[in-house]
Write a protein that binds this ligand. Structure first.
Ligand code: CUA
Length: 348
């Protein structure tokens, strides 16, 4: 599965975005190829015509044709803009994961990839995904900059310490595909590889339930494997102390957490931000970075930087996502019937 001399050995892609990325790639290459061809022909023609020993007339004054100039400017302007809008559309689709995508957290460290399935199962240097399902990777690094790269899916994204970056894809065929690190990250950068296993949805379900039955999550909190994911998330939320201020009815006036996920949030400085994983992570680690409209600056909340493990951060983010449509009754300090509807602009 390598990229060889284009176009003869371009491995066929195995994701929804792959064909579109390939079309842009081929389109740009053809466009550039045609230009190079035209220029080369013209250069060689004129070299031939005006070669010193030819008897071609050299006395004609230079003239130019406005019509020809306008024609070429307009032609290439239109083609260039067309290529721009075409590739921008593909790019923006790559940048915007669909809301129903299944989330897999990825942590890069020197020199391995740790991946976290939705049911709590962790994998090292391997990623099992069901064919036909949108998968979103939410990625961060424990040390230096890495880059998560799946050549057969035509996707690649830098993985940075202290923040989340995302990638998404829909695997379109079952099979085994290389994961690589595409950012030089130290001695064993070249070894920082793994495999994506794109499976039939039924096979994936079987794999997932088998793995959760006989394998405790690597690095999980003790007792974790026995509790359901939802309980785990809420335990982390309570243990981290978020429960003191961020539940409906708390005595401290803190921004509401339900309805953050996927919504537009108004900030104190008049800007807005989308409530995605990166926003949640940033607000937990750096509470002053983006203050919600109507709340004091500096924030009353202490920074959690250095206080939480990647797993706890992930739990908090997943918990906040899970309460998008309201709090579970047990997690609130007053009856959930009084919870205010979960959208609108008054969110943090
Ligand atoms: Cu990690 Cu290169």
């Amino acid at each position: 599965m390598t990229f060889g001399a284009f176009p003869f050995t371009l491995a066929s892609s195995a994701s929804n975005l792959g064909e579109r990325v390939d079309s842009v790639f081929i389109g740009l290459t053809l466009f550039a190829g045609v230009i190079v061809f035209i220029l080369a022909v013209l250069v060689l023609t004129f070299v031939g015509m005006y070669y010193r020993k030819t008897r071609f007339s050299r006395v004609q004054p230079l003239t130019h044709s406005n019509r020809l100039e306008i024609f070429f400017v307009v032609l290439f302007g239109v083609i260039g803009l067309g290529l721009f809008f075409w590739s921008a559309e593909v790019y923006s689709d790559i940048e915007r994961p669909p809301n129903d995508a299944m989330t897999i957290f990825v942590v890069g460290k020197q020199w391995m990839w740790k991946l976290h399935q939705p049911n709590g199962r962790e994998e090292i240097n391997s990623l099992h995904v069901p064919v036909g399902q949108a998968v979103k990777l939410v990625m961060t690094s424990q040390d230096v900059i890495h880059s998560f790269y799946i050549p057969d899916f035509r996707i690649k994204q830098d993985v940075l310490p202290d923040r989340y970056t995302t990638l998404w894809f829909v695997p379109t065929k079952a099979g085994q595909f290389r994961i690589r690190c595409a950012e030089y990250c130290g001695t064993d950068h070249g070894e920082m590889t793994g495999w994506v296993y794109a499976m039939d949805p039924a096979d994936y379900e079987r794999w997932l339930s088998a793995s959760s039955a006989n394998a405790a999550p690597i690095g999980g909190t003790p007792g974790y494997a026995n509790s359901t994911m939802a309980t785990q998330l809420r335990n982390t939320f309570n243990a981290a102390g978020c429960i003191a201020c961020h539940v409906p009815g708390a005595s401290v006036r803190a921004p509401r957490l339900d309805g953050i996920w996927g919504n537009t949030i108004r900030l104190q400085n008049g800007q807005t931000v989308i409530g995605d994983e990166q926003y949640m992570r940033e607000s937990i680690l750096f509470p002053n970075a983006k203050i919600s409209a109507g709340y004091p600056q500096p924030s009353l909340m202490p920074s959690y930087k250095g206080q939480l493990t990647e797993q706890q951060l992930r739990d908090l983010v997943e918990f906040i996502k899970s309460i998008r449509d309201g709090w579970p009754p047990e997690a609130t300090t007053r009856p959930s019937t009084q919870a205010v509807p979960a959208n609108g602009e008054d969110h943090p």
